[in-house]
Ligand binder design. Sequence first.
Ligand code: ADP
Length: 478
Amino acid sequence: MSNEWNLAPAAESTSSAEIKERYELFINGEWQAPSDGNYFETISPASEESLAQVAAAGQKDVDRAFEAANAAFKPWSALPAAERGKYIYRIARMIQERSRELAVVESLDGGKPIRESRDIDVPLAAAHFFYYAGWADKLEYAFPQRDPKPLGVAAQIIPWNFPLLMAAWKIAPALACGNTVVLKPAETTPLTALKLAEIIKDAGLPPGVVNIITGAGETGAMMTAHKIPKKLAFTGSTDVGKMIYKAALQGNKKVTLELGGKAANIIFDDAPIEAAVEGIINGIYFNQGHVCCAGSRLFVQESVYDQVLMKLKRRMDQLVVGDPLDKNTDIGAINSKSQLQTIEEYLEVGRAEGSEIYQPECELPEIGYWCRPTLFTNVAQSNRIAQEEIFGPVLAIQTFRTIEEVIDKANNTPYGLSAGVWTDKGSKIFQLTKAMKAGVVWANTFNKFDPTSPFGGYKESGFGREGGIHGLSAYLDF
Ligand code: ADP
């Protein structure tokens, strides 16, 4: 390993994480077996070992889940709003109480470093429930003179990159507004959503208010085609998002879509370079680059390009790739075999397009799915690695001379989810953030999330906002 620190292993204990052999569907406050008797395996991408059997919901199960949510809607929405807030607050506290267990299970099932699941995913999931618990009885202050009303049942489908956090983003505002939900986690990372179902049951939430069903894309398609939900909320790939948009139009449902991205991270020559290099690392290598708002296109002003590249490579050499449960690990396992194949195909594409690849020489474990942190230089605007979302630890670097040039280059993408700018000058920040077609623009930082601030995209990155007051309006009728 090229890591010069020679860190001794510091493995987090798995003793807090009780994983059952088999998980059923959480419908109407009960664990119910799938009617077709089908189960699938969820594995650890770091060890390729099976962690549990998980129910695959078929049409009858999807029907049962929506009927339960529908029956629960009237009494739940009629509860005094402060009572709803108390339930949501209780869920938040129970996530905190079980935070170690949730972090370990998240890292086992999804491959992300324990430092991230412990310090980012789980605390932010709790923070979302706390935040929206506070809004439950204040909706008329959030939307004065607009008479906000809940929509009804929401169908919510989430991806595998932030499983518990995405469940929190979806469930907390929906409940605060008086809706009931059927949520499906991704098939490679169902375990923390099922742990959340345990918490919801223990919190005494009325049966049917939250239903959590598991399965692959077919189950998701059954959910979006279903008659009962009034609202579809989806986070995932742009291709699936387009199908869901169609289903929403056909079924006359409200919809929010949070899809892919290819964010520009822009470094001006007056930026604090050391901090910017940390921001580049965090922007693209956080969560193995499985981040829709990842800073995957780096634009460096020509006069500091050599300096930035040298420092960036040196910093990459220090990144620790390996066991997600080791507290020293910076880059864990790639989430699935198929995602690893996708990333490897893009590495080939980048080479074939004539870009130059750099990867540190770190050793990778023999078992499991791994990818070294990667950067490409000599990249052209039209190259596929500069245009398409890779969803892995792969950075494409380009240079620029003027602010006008970088704005043009940065906006030359079908996506528009996020962007970053590093400079000493406030005026440049304002000029750039106004011109960027991106839902979120970070200045002198990157990948910062907070329940109070809205998040969402433009163009092929989707529409609708999650987080903040905007996140409430997505679950209300006016
Ligand atoms: P990725 O391609 O990165 O795996 P997806 O967009 O396929 O991401 O997955 C995100 C979520 O969408 C997962 O929960 C997945 O099961 C679900 N999904 C996949 N296909 C469909 C579909 N046709 N309709 C509804 N949900 C789907």
